[in-house]
Write a protein that binds this ligand. Structure first.
Ligand SMILES: Nc1ncnc2c1ncn2[C@@H]1O[C@H](COP(=O)(O)OP(=O)(O)OP(=O)(O)O)[C@@H](O)[C@H]1O
Ligand SMILES: [Mg+2]
Length: 336
């Protein structure tokens, strides 16, 4: 497919994240949904999609099963993944007969077989031209960094399933590490904490609320939020507790420590020139985890380098994918 033919194609940028799928058309977000579906486990029929599916309790062994097809940064359920992506693209594309050109970002750890499967699914969903791009490049472009320039830049992307620490320079990845400690793990830490409080019901949705309202990476934060009230809905034994950001900072301490260690390991294995660049240009935080209060300060205290939180960290990757999609000739770093 030549670039001239691209005029006849509808160009979509797609970030297939473990927690969220985002799609941009031109400069607009046209879909932002949880990467989840609910299926009837007997018939395999899709019952709910995206945020609606994520908001429903999974009835465990029962009929209605909520699937996160990219859980843990791998395709955990191929059939569910196909169904989810096809339906998302159908929503975005409506009845438009115009074929798609898609640039997609997938979790970095996917195997070659998984990558081929993603391309295949996108093609079957109407894309005649599919490009996959490396996530750290998309993030870097999304926050306006000069990815082709020789200075080294460090991107730390803390998503739902993975935290990726990458150093890029002159259009290539010079250092990279990924760990499975990220937003989902923070939520699990909070679930475990609430579970220890007598008479409190526990759910990951509740823990997610705690994380968003009073989540913190350290006690000493400039914008300390008011405590968050949590109530159980047991009419016979009602109970309300107040959770403070100090408590959450303690609860998340070990998980944040693992991210700190991973960042330090990457820094310790780079060259003095790279360190010099990063000390000047700073460490850039993207992904939902970047919104955790005090994370920038904690990483700054640990590394001694400036740390910048992206302006819109949840959307940096899809924005960058969208820019890359329109400038493929300038960016030689496609996965396939
Ligand atoms: N204000 C907030 N404070 C802390 N965490 C948040 C906040 N908002 C969202 N998150 C968390 O960010 C995570 C989702 O981030 P993001 O959308 O970047 O992940 P993703 O791209 O789907 O995942 P991945 O990049 O790992 O594949 C979730 O765990 C969510 O709970
Ligand atoms: Mg992501």
């Amino acid at each position: 497919m030549t670039d001239n033919n691209s005029f006849n194609l509808r160009e979509l940028a797609v970030d297939l994240g473990t927690a969220n799928t985002r799609v941009m058309y031109h400069d607009e977000i046209v879909l932002e949904e949880s990467s989840a579906i609910m299926i009837d486990s007997e018939s395999g029929r899709l019952l709910l999609l995206g945020n609606e599916a994520a908001g429903c309790p999974d009835d465990g062994m029962g009929k209605n099963h909520v699937v996160w097809p990219l859980a843990n940064g791998v395709i955990s359920d191929f059939q569910a993944f196909r169904q989810m992506v096809e339906d998302f693209l159908r929503i975005v594309n409506g009845r438009s007969p115009i074929p798609l050109k898609v640039a997609a970002v997938v979790p970095t750890g996917l195997t070659e077989v998984e990558v081929r499967f993603v391309c295949d699914v996108l093609k079957k969903s109407g894309a005649v031209d599919v490009r996959l791009i490396y996530r750290p490049f998309a993030a870097a472009i999304g926050i306006g960094l000069d990815v082709m320039g020789p200075e080294a830049k460090m991107i730390v992307d803390i998503g739902g399933g993975t935290s990726e620490i990458s150093v890029i320079s002159s259009g290539s990845i010079v250092q990279m590490a990924a760990i499975k400690t990220a937003g989902d793990e923070f939520t699990r830490d909070i679930v475990d904490y609430i579970q220890q409080i007598p008479d409190m019901e526990n759910s990951s949705r509740m823990a997610e609320q705690v994380k968003i309202h009073v989540g913190a990476a350290m006690r000493d934060v400039p914008d300390a939020p008011a405590p968050f009230e949590l109530s159980n809905y047991n009419l016979e034994n009602p109970k309300t507790i107040r959770v403070t950001h100090d408590e959450v900072a303690d609860v998340l301490d070990n998980s944040i420590g693992r991210i700190e260690t991973a960042v330090m390991n990457v820094l310790n294995s780079t060259t003095p020139k790279v360190l010099e660049d990063i000390s000047r240009l700073g460490i850039h935080l993207v992904g939902g985890g970047a919104l955790l209060r005090g994370l920038d300060r904690r990483l700054h205290l640990k590394t001694g380098f400036p740390v910048h939180v992206a302006e819109d960290p949840l959307r940096a990757v899809v924005r960058g994918t969208s820019v890359a999609l329109r400038n493929f000739d300038r960016f030689p770093f496609l996965v396939s």
